[in-house]
Design a protein around this ligand. Structure first.
Ligand code: ADP
Ligand code: MG
Length: 453
């Protein structure tokens, strides 16, 4: 057993040395230094990393380099796979040392409940599905192992759970380490507090408020757009915390580079850590969320009704919640024990109409128009054919479905007879193709305008 163990470590050491020669030292420190060689199954190395998000990020960005570094080690080409759940040694020790100083502190220092945070916004109350798995994993790791992903930037549409995750970090950090000073603040509050501090000549109080802390959580940073003075203040706050290795987590409705009116120095700061997208979950997760939310209410709806809601509302979790509240409120006000699907449809008609209106662009219409544009058949798009003249239009259609509708990755996937990962891949690949290929860029933009007009 020992022999195998030392083998794993030896092999990984060779690979790690090769990696260090190839990549920048900071990249190595952030992504490779904490990898734990766990096991060797024949020629396959199992490498321990903190979480799924970390593993996928490494695979997406460094697969080639990793494979190369494992080639020809004493004549053998090794492969690798990742295993989650290995927090970095250094970070593991942190809570211990903190705990020591904390144990004294605890007597005098009561757990400070994070301000501004809803008590139900916890990791336990967050239902994890394919679309929010990475964001959840990254937020959870950031809460446990401060500074590993810094800054962590979570972006996605409205009602996808960004605020919920951010506040979960606050609760978790304070619960696992009561001395932690966590500040959750929306970008708007940041602005208002800043402006008030200028007016009341209490600028240094404001600075202490947002800088004298261990974890800063800022919600909706897209609101910084076009506010020059605020951006300056934010930039300084960011740097001050970042330089002290304090954890910063930001949420936004867009990627940093897509926020118009955001200074490039902030864009590059926001991009310097880890960015992860969160989007509206697929049917099963929506149903799981409804079932969980229903537990908070005395009135219980039929599962058929919950399925009806999960099926009809796919634009936002917030609207899902709204639909549930409406039915529960009706049932308790009218003292009716049972609501059937027909009644639910009637009670929710306005919400459902709005939902349909937001879905004017259907997956089918995108498939049809993309096929016409590239002069192929819709059936080709749905087939397994791989030639470029079919595979690329197929990816364009998948990309546009993701961009122009509120359907989730699994839902779009099933409309193409594929899985969610294929759609995620198209969502990533098309912008890359557009940046390299002028024809592709023009086609995608033309098609997009067609649907928007
Ligand atoms: P965002 O900040 O992205 O606009 P919120 O975090 O405010 O969205 O989420 C909207 C509502 O939906 C909140 O009540 C939140 O608790 C709930 N919600 C969103 N995603 C989930 C999830 N995965 N599990 C449980 N509740 C969720
Ligand atoms: Mg929010």
């Amino acid at each position: 057993m020992d022999v195998v163990k030392s083998n794993v470590a030896d092999i990984w050491q060779v690979a790690a040395e090769r990696l260090q020669q190839q990549i920048h030292v900071t990249t190595y420190e952030q992504w490779f230094q904490n990898i734990v060689p766990v096991a060797l199954n024949e020629k396959a190395l199992v490498l321990g990393v903190s979480d799924d998000f970390f593993a996928d990020w490494l695979k997406d960005n460094f697969d080639d380099i990793l494979c190369d570094s494992l080639k020809d080690i004493e004549g053998v080409d090794y492969s690798y796979s990742f295993k989650s759940g290995f927090l970095p040694e250094k970070k593991k020790e942190q809570p211990k040392t903190k705990a020591k100083s904390k144990s004294k502190a605890v007597k005098t220092q009561k757990r400070v409940k994070p301000g501004n945070c809803l008590s139900r916004h916890t990791f336990d109350n967050f239902v994890v599905g394919e679309e929010n798995r990475y964001a959840y994993a990254a937020a959870h790791t950031a809460a446990e192992s401060s500074g590993l992903y810094n800054p962590l930037y979570i972006y996605g549409g409205t009602g996808t759970g960004k605020t919920h995750l951010l506040q979960s970090v606050a609760h978790h950090a304070v619960e696992s380490n009561p001395g932690t000073r966590v500040r959750y603040i929306t970008c708007e509050e940041f602005l208002n507090n800043y402006v008030d501090s200028l007016r009341n000549k209490k600028h240094s109080d404001f600075r202490t408020f947002v800088r004298d802390i261990d974890i800063l959580l800022v919600d909706d940073v897209h609101m910084l757009a076009n506010k020059t003075q605020l951006q300056e203040e934010f930039f300084n706050t960011f740097n001050s915390l970042y330089n002290q290795n304090k954890q910063i987590i930001l949420t936004s409705d867009k990627q940093p580079s897509e926020i118009k009116g955001l200074e490039s120095r902030l864009v590059s700061r926001f991009e310097s850590g880890v960015a992860t997208e969160i989007s509206i979950p697929g049917f099963e997760t929506r149903l799981a969320i409804l079932r969980m939310m229903q537990e908070e209410h005395l009135v219980k709806l039929d599962d058929e009704v919950l399925q009806f809601i999960a099926n009809s509302i796919h634009s936002s979790v917030r609207r899902l919640q709204g639909a549930l509240f409406r039915l529960v409120a009706y049932a308790s006000a009218m003292s009716v024990a049972d609501i059937d699907v027909e009644q639910a449809e009637h009670l929710l008609r306005r919400l459902l109409e709005e939902e349909t209106a937001s879905q004017l662009v259907s997956i089918e219409s995108i498939q049809r128009i993309v096929a016409e544009y590239f002069e192929i058949r819709v059936n080709d798009l749905l087939s397994d054919k791989r030639p470029k003249n079919i595979a690329q239009p197929r990816m364009v259609a998948m990309y546009l479905c993701r961009k122009l509708t509120a359907f989730s990755y699994p839902e779009i996937g099933s409309a193409f007879g594929r899985n969610h990962a294929t759609i995620m891949n198209a969502w990533k690949k098309i912008p890359q193709l557009c940046s390299k290929d002028e024809n592709m860029r023009r086609s995608v933009s033309l098609l997009e305008h067609k649907f928007k007009s």
